[in-house]
Design a protein around this ligand. Structure first.
Ligand SMILES: *Cc1c(COP(=O)(O)O)cnc(C)c1O
Length: 470
């Protein structure tokens, strides 16, 4: 596969370079594949009860062809995914896609574990370490730290905004020793991301160290996230016959979004032939993308803190990829977009629990609320001309191509549950009055000592630290 760049389409490079560089330091752009090979429709129609790992292998093959052998790729996938993606029916027309069964209880395990193994594969035979710099709004750090911990030849520095992630998230990313360290930055996630991005374009640093990223800007994190979209869409399509007697439902993936890496992975799956009719881009108070879809103007801004803190991103980096894949009109046809505030998030956790018995985390809750509103009248209102005010919580005024399938009740939603509710126990308990059950793997990490290093949101200070420490 040839990869190009969101800012300069004349760039042509291989998978290895795209993965190892993370982003193109010359243009500041992000790598994207030049094509999205379709999985054969006979393969898809025979996959009524697909094996996640086999499907993952089929999907990954074309992106690494000629660079990673099929045997090695199968090994990477087997090793990366000893845990499932679970499709759980919630009501007649809603499935929850549980993406929290990995070691750190969030969907980022899917991307990070694949990326770590691919980087380790490419680093064999190199002399010297590969240094990973990663900014996190919460869950990336722990997923990356856990995925890379004690992996030979790799070294990881995690930056997180001090006081802006949950105590459990902080434990999960600051208790590593050895090749993984954490910096607690006095600032926001965007400050952390800026420090990392500046480092990547710093010629002096790059000369001294081999640097790479592990954020959702790295293509090797994005590609594997497309596996579970394909998987869940096939499962939902098949089960729908029995669960709600809708033949060939219009499948809508409802994605709680921050940096929009997850949603971009869904777009890749759809390009590859996943039976997904459209997407709901669901955000919290950080609604830069819904505003772009509503107004046509992209205005990045400072992030604000919310209950769904892993989505607190004011300048989503994958906007660049979405924009290079589709025109704004195409985006408006493919996506509904929706945002909700903190009060709406709490209410959604409570409503979901009351009406379905399911305990959902604050991120999944944003998506659930979007879907619940859309299918209970918001989309119908929109089609009938009652356009929402995009500056207020709710749907943006664009009408996606799949709007009628909602009104005709031929649509099925897949709500992505991106984290285990116990990771956000305090918020969940505030909403429903009781604490979610804590999985063992989370309980264990709470007992470990923290080793985070304080850092100001100042590039010179950050650079000096890297020069001294790496
Ligand atoms: C990172 C994260 C998100 C947002 O995903 P993006 O790919 O940044 O849009 C949503 N939910 C949880 C739990 C996360 O950790």
């Amino acid at each position: 596969m040839i990869y190009t760049d969101t800012r300069d389409k004349s760039v042509q490079t291989d998978f290895r370079t795209a993965v190892m560089n993370g982003m193109n330091s010359k243009t500041g752009g992000l790598y994207i594949p030049t094509s999205y090979p379709k999985i054969s429709s006979s393969y898809l129609s025979n996959s009524t009860d697909p094996s996640f790992r086999e499907l993952a292998f089929e999907m990954a093959k074309p992106y690494v062809a000629g660079e990673i052998s099929e045997d090695a790729l199968m090994g990477i996938i087997q090793d990366a995914y000893p845990f499932p993606a679970k499709v759980v029916p919630l009501d007649q027309v809603t499935y929850v896609l549980e993406l929290f069964h990995g070691p750190t209880c969030a969907f980022k395990d899917f991307g990070a574990r694949f990326m770590a193994r691919v980087m380790s594969y490419f680093n064999r035979g190199e002399n010297g370490k590969l240094h990973i710099l990663v900014a996190t709004s919460g869950d990336t750090g722990s997923a990356v730290g856990s995925a890379f911990h004690n992996v030979e030849g790799l070294d990881v520095t995690i930056l997180y905004p001090e006081g802006k992630i949950s105590p459990l998230q902080e434990k999960q990313l600051s208790t590593f020793t050895g090749n993984v360290r954490a910096l607690k930055v006095k600032g926001t996630f965007d400050d952390c991301q800026k420090l990392v991005k500046t480092a990547f374009t710093d010629a002096e640093l790059r000369k001294k160290f081999r640097l790479s990223s592990a954020n959702s800007i790295n293509i090797s994190r994005l590609l594997p996230q497309s596996f579970y979209y394909m998987y869940s869409a096939l499962v939902a399509k098949n089960r729908s016959r029995n669960d709600n007697h809708i033949e060939n439902p219009s499948i809508i993936a409802v994605v709680p979004s921050g940096n929009f890496g997850n949603l971009t992975s869904g777009l890749i799956a759809r390009e590859m032939g996943a039976p997904i009719a459209g997407f709901v881009a669901a955000t919290n108070d950080n609604h830069t993308i819904p505003d772009w879809i509503a107004t046509g103007e992209y205005k990045p801004r400072a992030s604000v803190q919310t209950y769904s803190n892993a989505m607190d991103v004011g300048a989503p980096s994958n906007y660049e990829r979405i924009q290079s894949m589709y025109t704004l009109d195409q985006v408006r046809t493919l996506f509904a977009s929706y945002w909700t505030d903190n009060a709406g998030t709490l209410k959604a956790i409570d409503d979901c629990h009351t009406t379905t018995g399911y305990t959902i985390d604050p991120h999944g809750a944003v998506a659930w609320k979007a879907w619940n509103d859309i299918r209970s009248g918001a989309m119908k209102d929109l089609v009938e001309g009652k356009k929402g005010d995009y500056t207020k919580p709710g749907l943006t005024p664009n009408i996606p191509s799949w709007a009628n399938s909602i009104i005709e009740q031929k649509a099925v939603g897949i709500v992505l549950e991106t984290a285990h509710p116990a990771k956000f126990g305090a918020t969940v308990s505030k909403a429903i009055g009781s604490n979610p059950v804590i999985p063992d793997r989370l309980e264990k990490v709470m007992l470990l000592p923290e080793h985070a290093i304080p850092m100001n949101a100042n590039y010179d200070e950050f650079k000096a630290f890297l020069m001294e420490t790496l």
